[in-house]
Every structure is written in structure tokens, then in C-alpha cells.
Design a protein around this ligand. Structure first.
Ligand SMILES: [Mn+2]
Length: 307
């Protein structure tokens, strides 16, 4: 069963002795005049169906806590926290539909939304919500080690199928770019399918020192679409930086390059109507260090790349 869970109270450190510019993200939760919504999708079912390591359902709350004390830039209007959709049990499809409705509602009044997953099954809810909220062409940029275009098996849609589901829902408009793909993590069957579907791919090996190998593809997909949906799977990072995911990367794309890719997307797209960050599993993060890395990226998405 899927439930709406109200946003938690944001709390954290305050330094009033340093004056009014000593702001942190928690000070700007629920600020009047915010143009970006934060929503959580507390869901494990996609990872479970994909035979992965569960824990992503606890991601949204842990990420909020990790983000709360990060510095907020002067002049930033803040964000509206619209709470979570939480799934208990196995009804993934109903939870995705409820999440999509929340996103559509948020985008009725706000310019942008940022979603904290959940596994990558979050993406089908994200896209469906954006599709209902906005007319025009949607280009998808996925920073991820994996294509996630598998066919649904016996257990149904999962964290490995969302972009195949999106294509099935709107085949003629499908425009999909994957940045950071690990050759070893995607079967030849999926690579063949990606070629048949004209999926753009920039491999992780080409993104070890900087974002340059991806810039042309980012600019092109932004130019030919009306809206960009940016999705960040944290398993694109090297496992030393991000062990708290179902499938840690042996090679990965370094943090500074992922940050530069996010910035490049926000630079090239006039508005990134929707961004999500998925697969963070707090129970796989006993030291809390992966949460600190994830929080930097969550902040960047919230600020729209102007971090
Ligand atoms: Mn993924």
C-alpha cells in the first residue's frame, strides 16, 4: 500500500552570531517564494524485484538529514518540501502512480521538482508526473552505470526497466542519453536494444578526468527537446565514494565529473523541470560517509547546478 507522508521538520545548526547570511539548507525549507519542490519516493520494491540489495526506501529521510546542514547561497529562495510517497508491501505500480500525481501537482505551481528515491523505479513515476504536467518533447538524461531498459520479467516492472517502460508509453518521442555507462554492467542484449532505440551513450571510461566527452551530446539533446528530465543514479560513482547503493561501481565516474555533468545539463537546458537522485541505501552506509557525498549532489540538484 502506498501512503503520503508529510514532510519532516527540518532542523540543524544555526549560527546567528555570524549574521543573516549564515544560512544552511534547513533554514530555507518551506521558504515563501521557493520555486523548486522536494519530494521523496520511499520505495524498495523496484530494487527487490530486480534482485538487488534493499534499503533505498530509507533514502529520502536519510538524505534530508545529510543535506540539512549544508550551506545555502545568499539570495537563493529555498525549496518547498512536499513530503514522501511511501510504499509498504509490493504494490509498486500504485505507488508509482501516486508519486506521479504528487509530481504533477507540484509542477502545477512550481517551476521545478527534485525527487529523492527510492531505487531507479522512481524514474517511471518521475517521467509520468512530468509528462502529465508539461506539454512538448521531453529529453531524458540519465547519469548512470546502467541502461535500465530491461524487459519486465515475471516479477514485473523493477528498478531495471523504467526507461523501457517510458519508451513503451511514448515510443515516438523517446530521446534518451546515458552518461557514465559501465560496459561490464550491461549485457549485449541491452546494448543492442539501446542501439536499436538510438540511445545516446557516453561510457564511464570517457569521463574519468572531465565532462568534455559528454558536452556535445548534452547540448544536442537539450536543443531538440522542450523539457529535460535529469536522473542521477548514485551507482555511477566509484564505490570508494558511494558504497551505499545496491550495485557499487568498480570503476565509476569521479564525483567532480558528475558535478560538472550536472552543471552542464543545467547550463544547456533553460529549465530542468524534473531531476531525481536514486538508489541511496542508508543501511549500506554504516559510516555515514556515502550520505555526505550524496548530499552534495542532492544540494546541487536543488540549487539547479548553481552550487
Ligand atoms: Mn539505474
Amino acid at each position: 500500500m502506498a501512503d503520503l507522508v508529510a514532510a519532516p521538520e527540518w532542523t540543524g545548526r544555526s549560527d546567528p552570531e555570524d549574521g543573516p547570511a549564515a544560512l544552511r539548507l534547513h533554514h530555507l525549507a518551506g521558504a515563501a517564494g521557493a520555486d523548486v519542490a522536494l519530494l521523496g519516493f520511499a520505495c524498495d520494491e523496484g530494487v527487490r524485484r530486480n534482485k538487488g540489495r534493499p534499503g533505498a526506501a530509507e533514502g529520502p529521510q536519510a538524505l534530508r538529514m545529510a543535506m540539512a546542514n549544508l550551506a545555502a547561497p545568499t539570495g537563493w529562495p529555498g525549496f518547498a518540501d512536499l513530503g514522501d510517497v511511501a510504499l509498504s508491501g509490493t504494490g509498486l505500480e500504485a505507488a508509482q502512480a501516486m508519486m506521479a500525481g504528487q509530481i504533477t501537482g507540484a509542477l502545477a505551481t512550481l517551476e521545478r521538482a527534485v525527487v529523492l528515491g527510492g531505487g531507479h523505479e522512481t524514474a517511471f513515476a518521475s517521467w509520468t508526473g512530468l509528462r502529465s504536467a508539461r506539454q512538448g518533447r521531453i529529453g531524458i538524461i540519465n547519469i548512470d552505470a546502467h541502461l535500465d531498459i530491461r524487459n519486465a520479467g515475471e516479477s514485473g516492472p523493477s528498478s531495471g526497466t523504467p526507461f523501457a517502460q517510458i519508451r513503451a508509453a511514448e515510443p515516438e518521442g523517446f530521446d534518451y542519453l546515458v552518461l557514465g555507462l559501465a560496459a561490464e554492467g550491461n549485457t549485449q542484449a541491452l546494448l543492442d536494444r539501446a542501439r536499436d532505440w538510438s540511445v545516446g551513450i557516453v561510457p564511464d571510461r570517457a569521463l574519468q578526468t572531465g565532462p568534455d566527452a559528454a558536452l556535445q551530446a548534452i547540448e544536442a539533446i537539450c536543443a531538440r527537446n522542450d523539457h529535460i528530465y535529469l536522473t542521477l543514479d548514485l551507482d555511477v560513482l566509484p564505490h570508494a565514494a558511494m558504497s551505499a547503493v545496491s550495485a557499487p561501481a568498480g570503476r565509476g565516474v569521479p564525483l567532480h565529473v558528475v558535478e560538472a555533468l550536472i552543471d552542464a545539463v543545467f547550463d544547456a537546458a533553460p529549465v530542468v523541470a524534473l531531476a531525481d537522485m536514486v538508489e541511496f541505501s542508508p543501511r549500506l552506509d554504516p559510516t555515514g560517509l556515502s550520505a555526505r557525498t550524496a548530499a552534495l549532489l542532492g544540494r546541487r540538484l536543488l540549487l539547479g547546478g548553481k552550487a
